[in-house]
Structure formats: structure tokens, C-alpha cells
Design a protein around this ligand. Structure first.
Ligand SMILES: [Zn+2]
Length: 284
């Protein structure tokens, strides 16, 4: 297969792991081409032609949810890294393809969220917090459901900025089958994983608007609830803690409360977390 044929196969495959392997072949073949940039441009252009129109033309919802082959195309288009020159681009595409092949594995019995359930959760959050209008005011997010499990994550979010220091340009979430944490006595549900990713978004949007908010919230929780030991916590754990805090607040008193895995948290803490979300969304 030449580069053009490989590009077509990547788009047609409907299988993320196969597309990852084809991307590896794309890099090999493209490295031998005289005009590498032209081949790379074609890959992005073709992926865009398949990934963008239905998303751009969906005027019905405040978000765009997809699954199956459509979710795979969105994952490839939005995830594919792009660099300044062809050498750097090919290196980045290779790393991206290697990561797909190494981390994703075929559907298992583990649970996967559905488009319906996403609709129900967002519907509740909109009613309760006006969530979409506040957190995604400019561009609707894509929630792509991928029927694979991933060795590292149950979900990944992608946030892009128009340029440095600018408002968040777009936010997309890729949801995988939900693995169970073997160290935890509690079951992890896809509904919680989704709420956790929304928690990251809420935090990022607020932090972007008012830097320092995250550490302010952590200090508040530390002082008033004594839950976090701030000195011991690495920054990346702080963000995970905050996303969990927000997801707990979102699920509290909702039809999805049973999916909150943190049974140990007293309900009056949940009241505080929910109030925090109300205050943050009101302030956006
Ligand atoms: Zn997280």
C-alpha cells in the first residue's frame, strides 16, 4: 500500500487498534516520500473531512455524543499531534500510533457508558447548574464513547487553547470501558468516570478565568473539612482530588448518586461540594 491507500484505510477501518497499526505504516511509508508534508497534510485533511461535518452541523444539542466508528474518527482527528515540520510531525504521529497500539485492547466485559446515559447526566447538570452554558459557552464538547479498554485510563480529556493565555477553545472527552481499581474496595462506574472528567473541565475553565482558584478550594477543604494534607500532595494529585470533589458534588442528590464510589464521605461534605459547584458555575 502506498501512503494514499494507507490514509484511506485508516479512515475506513472502523477499528482503533487497526487504525493505530496503519498509522505506524503511514509513518514508515511517508518517511520514504519526497514530499512528506503533502502526505501529512492529506492525512489531516481527509480525517477532518470525515470527523468534522456532522459535529459542526449538529445544532440540536449543547454537546455532541458519538460512538462506534464515528467516535474512532473523532479520536484520531482531534488526538493526532501536529508539529512545525515534517520530521517532528512524523515523530509525533509515530508516538501517537505506538500509544494507541500499546494501550488499547479489544472490548471486554467491563462497562461502557451509553449516549443515553450521557444525555441523562448532562440533562440533570443543565437543570441543576446550567452546566453546558457555563462550562462550554463557546464551542460544544464532543463526548466520544470508544468500545475499548485502555491500560492506563478509563477516560481522557483534551482541551485546546486558541493561543497561549486565551480562553479554552475546545474541550473533548474520550470515554473507554471502565476498569476496576484492584486496590480499591469500591466499584468504579462509567457514570462516575464521566462526572470526574466534567469535574476536570469545570476546574480548568474556572482556573483559566481566575488563576489560583484550585489552590483556594484545596485550602478551604483542608481548613474546614481537614480532608487533604496539602504539603504531601503533588500538583497532579491535587487536580485529581478536585475532580473527585466536583464529581461527588455533581452526583450528590442526583438520580445517579448511587454511582458515587466514595461511600466514606459524609453527606454534609457532599452538600458543601454541591454548593461549590453552584457557586463556581454561577461565577462563570
Ligand atoms: Zn482525572
Amino acid at each position: 500500500m502506498d501512503v494514499r491507500e494507507i490514509t484511506n484505510e485508516i479512515i475506513k477501518s472502523g477499528d482503533l487498534i487497526k487504525s493505530g497499526e496503519l498509522l505506524q505504516r503511514f509513518v514508515d511509508e511517508c518517511s520514504n516520500e519526497k514530499n512528506k508534508l503533502k502526505c501529512i497534510d492529506l492525512l489531516y485533511k481527509q480525517l477532518g473531512e470525515f470527523a468534522l461535518p456532522d459535529y459542526a452541523m449538529d445544532f440540536e444539542n449543547k454537546y455532541y455524543a458519538c460512538e462506534g466508528a464515528n467516535a474512532i474518527i473523532k479520536y484520531l482527528y482531534f488526538g493526532l499531534p501536529r508539529r512545525k515540520n515534517s520530521k517532528e510531525s512524523l515523530q509525533a504521529i509515530k508516538e501517537y500510533a505506538d500509544t494507541i497500539v500499546a494501550r488499547f485492547y479489544k472490548p471486554t466485559s467491563e462497562q461502557l457508558i451509553t449516549k443515553n446515559r450521557i444525555g441523562e447526566i448532562i440533562g440533570y447538570l443543565d437543570k441543576e447548574f446550567n452546566f453546558c452554558n457555563k462550562v462550554f459557552p463557546k464551542r460544544k464538547p464532543i463526548f466520544a464513547i470508544l468500545d475499548y479498554a485502555n491500560t492506563h485510563f478509563n477516560a481522557e480529556s483534551l482541551m485546546t487553547f486558541e493561543n497561549e493565555g486565551a480562553d479554552i477553545y475546545s474541550i473533548h472527552v474520550f470515554l473507554y470501558r471502565t476498569k476496576q481499581d484492584t486496590d480499591s474496595p469500591y466499584k468504579t462506574f462509567p457514570e462516575y468516570v464521566f462526572a470526574h472528567e466534567l469535574g476536570h473541565m469545570l476546574q480548568t475553565v474556572k482556573e483559566n478565568q481566575k488563576p489560583g482558584t484550585a489552590s483556594q478550594i484545596l485550602t478551604f477543604i483542608h481548613k474546614n473539612l481537614g480532608l487533604v494534607k496539602l504539603d504531601d500532595m503533588p500538583p497532579e494529585d491535587e487536580l485529581e482530588f478536585l475532580a473527585d470533589t466536583f464529581s461527588t458534588g455533581m452526583l450528590h442528590q442526583s438520580p445517579f448518586a448511587k454511582y458515587d464510589p466514595f461511600k466514606i464521605i459524609p453527606n454534609n461534605y457532599r452538600d458543601i461540594y454541591k454548593k461549590m459547584i453552584t457557586d463556581i458555575t454561577n461565577s462563570l
